[in-house]
Design a protein around this ligand. Structure first.
Ligand code: AP5
Length: 207
């Protein structure tokens, strides 16, 4: 397995696909969003700093996330590849990553904004990290994995989602051209089911 980035708008399904890739190829799934939310939950200084940005649907400053990803990539479990979900998100983050890592492929999970709004509007998450969509829960309100009560992420409120999509267009979308110029981009149209999209992801990874 190689060093892979998952690109895509908020709610495109990066986290869902990254978890499947991590399981299939036995590599760590590194989500900056998950790391930041864990720090918020634990009340760390990093969490306290990040919360105001996340709650507003804005990006956490580059130096903060670059520092935490650089540290994470030095860990032993990253030696044989990893999947980055939600990082990089700006050109300076991509440039910083290029200085410390050899990225082999950037997979762009491509979903129209109207589909995304439906996905985020129905997302339910668990403290254990599992993610669901209400349409698949049949009224169940507890996590199928650990039994804890599911909840709606604070930044999935409609007004915050609108801002996250705007921030994505302005700051993250340029990364598509950045990786295309490096010959490392694979775009997957991702309006199908989770399994259909994962089959396409596997084709790209096994190629
Ligand atoms: P982060 O947690 O990275 O959020 P995001 O990029 O906005 O992405 P999401 O987690 O919302 O969506 P996703 O694409 O993973 O979709 P998911 O698989 O859950 O970041 C949160 C915040 O942290 C940012 O706003 C920022 O403030 C900060 N941050 C993080 N990284 C940063 C960085 N590098 N720099 C600066 N700030 C940073 O799927 C969504 C829903 O759709 C789920 O309900 C799922 O079940 C469902 N679903 C998935 N696939 C399908 C499908 N094929 N069909 C139907 N439903 C589907």
């Amino acid at each position: 397995m190689k060093n892979i980035i998952l690109l895509g708008a908020p709610g495109a399904g990066k986290g869902t696909q990254a978890a499947l890739i991590a399981k299939q190829y036995a590599v760590p799934h590194i989500s900056t969003g998950d790391i930041l939310r864990r720090n918020i939950k634990d009340g760390t200084p990093l969490g306290l700093k990040a919360k105001q940005f996340i709650d507003a649907g804005a990006l956490v400053p580059d130096d903060v996330v670059i520092g935490l990803v650089e540290l994470r990539l030095k860990e032993e479990d990253c030696k044989n590849g990893y999947i980055l979900d939600g990082f990089p998100r700006t050109i300076p983050q991509a440039e910083a990553l290029d200085r410390v890592a050899n990225i082999h492929l950037a997979i762009n999970i491509d979903v129209p904004f109207d589909v995304i709004v439906g996905r985020l509007g129905g997302r339910r998450v668990c403290v254990c990290g599992e993610t669901y969509h209400v349409s698949t829960l049949n009224g169940e309100t507890k996590c199928k994995k650990c039994g804890k009560e599911l909840f709606i992420r604070d930044d999935d409120k409609p007004e915050t989602v609108r801002n996250r999509l705007k921030v994505y267009e302005e700051q993250t979308q340029p990364l598509i051209d950045y990786y295309k110029a490096q010959g490392k981009l694979a775009t997957i149209p991702a309006t199908g089911s989770i399994d259909e999209i994962f089959a396409e992801v596997k084709k790209v990874l096994d190629d």
